[in-house]
Design a protein around this ligand. Structure first.
Ligand code: PHE
Length: 424
């Protein structure tokens, strides 16, 4: 029995007999005790429990010879596995458990196959085989269960960490407001909506054809000089030059190309000119183009529409007038003025003295417009003999400055919240 008394290392206890096990619990170790007729069973059992790695020995070496003792032997092994599995708390422990019990190379399951089953006596082989199958299934479910428990635990930990406390006050983020320019766009759109116009938008990068030629501004026409234009650097051999549109008028052409008359649109958008920045100039500013074309539109419809718009925008007491002007794509062309809304069109400030807004002129220049030049219809396949219409181009920044008493166009682009907050 020398092998039974080999050193009682801690490891052997771990494998097959917890150090904390009491004698009475060890009494369950009876399996191999049954086979040997020893008078001092308890003492013997204590010794057997310290058998180092019994799965490294054959059944014959363990002196297991009956089916009952085989069953008990497996039951004991199973109990050990159960106990160890219950102690798993971490992934590393799980891995240790898995390798120790079902690891292919030297796991206990493999040992049992090699040491208990293979060399078993013919009489025991069947029962050992059966017990081994059950044991294997049992181990597999232990491993699987442990894996699931670990997963569930990990999820639980993550859930706790990430739990959202719905009773906490939220983060209050200040909501911005629309930029004043946007608000003015909206005001103007609403006014024109109400009289049957619709809104279209177009590209900010244009071809010279739409920005100039089709608007009756041929190359070398002197008005091109007024519109110091940003051309885009293109690779050599690019099919057409491109530029940043200098006005929203190209959309007159694009709209008429697409739609047969009647046409009634407004076009809000950004435009670009190579102007040096000062209180009234910016390299980028905003326009709302207007275009109405039908078979019977008169100059009266034109001025009536503009008058309606100006009264809606500045107030019913504001009067309009127009002066002759020049644009290549309108004929006749006009410049609209409004009676100064600040001094009531008197040129005199309420507190006396000259009105600072109109500089005493009583009128304020608003925007350019005119009846669509018949030459333009030629570019869009409209019959110039049948249709007529008007167009206008409102500078939004200028209008916003007038209406809201802003004296420097640059504040629109500086994004200073002290300015923006005044127009919530
Ligand atoms: N496009 C012209 C400009 O930017 C304004 C305009 C538009 C004039 C439509 C007449 C008709 O100056």
């Amino acid at each position: 029995m020398a092998h039974c008394h080999s050193e009682r290392s801690e490891e052997s206890l771990f494998v097959f007999g917890a150090a904390s096990a009491t004698l009475s619990s060890r009494a369950k170790l009876l399996p191999w005790g049954h086979d040997i007729s020893r008078p001092y069973g308890v003492m013997y059992l204590a010794a057997m429990s310290s058998v180092e790695n019994p799965t490294e020995k054959t059944l014959a070496e363990l002196r297991v010879r009956t089916p009952e003792s085989v069953t008990s032997l497996f039951a004991e092994l199973r109990e050990k596995a159960n106990k160890e599995q219950r102690r798993i708390e971490k992934a590393e422990q799980f891995e240790q458990f898995r390798v120790k019990w079902v690891g292919r190379k030297s796991g206990i399951l493999t040992q049992v196959t090699d040491n208990w089953l293979k060399p078993a006596d013919a009489g025991l082989k069947r029962i050992v085989g059966q017990a081994l199958n059950e044991f294997r299934n049992h181990l597999q479910s232990l491993v699987e269960q442990a894996r699931q428990d670990l997963d569930a635990r990990a999820t639980q930990v993550a859930d706790t960490r990430e739990r959202v406390d719905l009773s906490l006050p939220g983060v209050i983020r200040p909501i911005g407001s629309r930029h004043l320019i946007r608000q003015v766009f909206q005001e103007i759109e609403d006014i024109f909506f109400s009289i049957g116009f619709s809104v279209v938008e177009g590209p900010e990068i244009e071809t010279p054809y739409y920005n100039f030629e089709a608007l009756n501004i041929p190359e070398f026409h002197p008005v091109r000089d007024d519109m110091d234009t940003f051309y885009i650097d293109l690779p050599k051999g690019a099919p057409v030059p491109l530029l940043l549109r200098t006005h929203t008028s190209p959309m007159q052409i694009r709209t008429m190309e697409k739609h047969k008359p009647p046409v009634r649109v407004i076009v809000p958008g950004k435009v670009y000119r190579r102007d040096n920045p000062d209180a009234t100039h910016s390299f980028m500013f905003h326009q709302v183009e207007g275009l109405a074309v039908d078979t019977d539109i008169t100059f009266c419809d034109f001025t009536g529409t503009i008058e309606y718009f100006v009264k809606q925008f500045f107030g019913p007491s504001v009067k309009t007038r127009f002066r002759p002007s020049y644009f290549p794509f309108t004929e006749p062309s006009v410049e609209f003025d409004a009676s100064c809304p600040f001094c009531g069109g008197t040129g005199t400030a309420a507190a006396g003295g000259t009105c600072s807004k109109c500089k005493g002129a009583a009128w304020i220049e608003l925007f350019g417009a005119g009846m669509v030049d018949p030459a333009v219809y030629g570019f869009v396949n409209y019959d110039a003999k049948k249709v007529s219409g008007f167009a206008f181009g409102i500078g939004i920044d200028r209008l916003a400055m007038l209406k809201y008493g802003i004296d420097d166009i640059q504040v629109f682009f500086q994004n200073d919240v002290r300015f923006l907050r005044q127009f919530p």
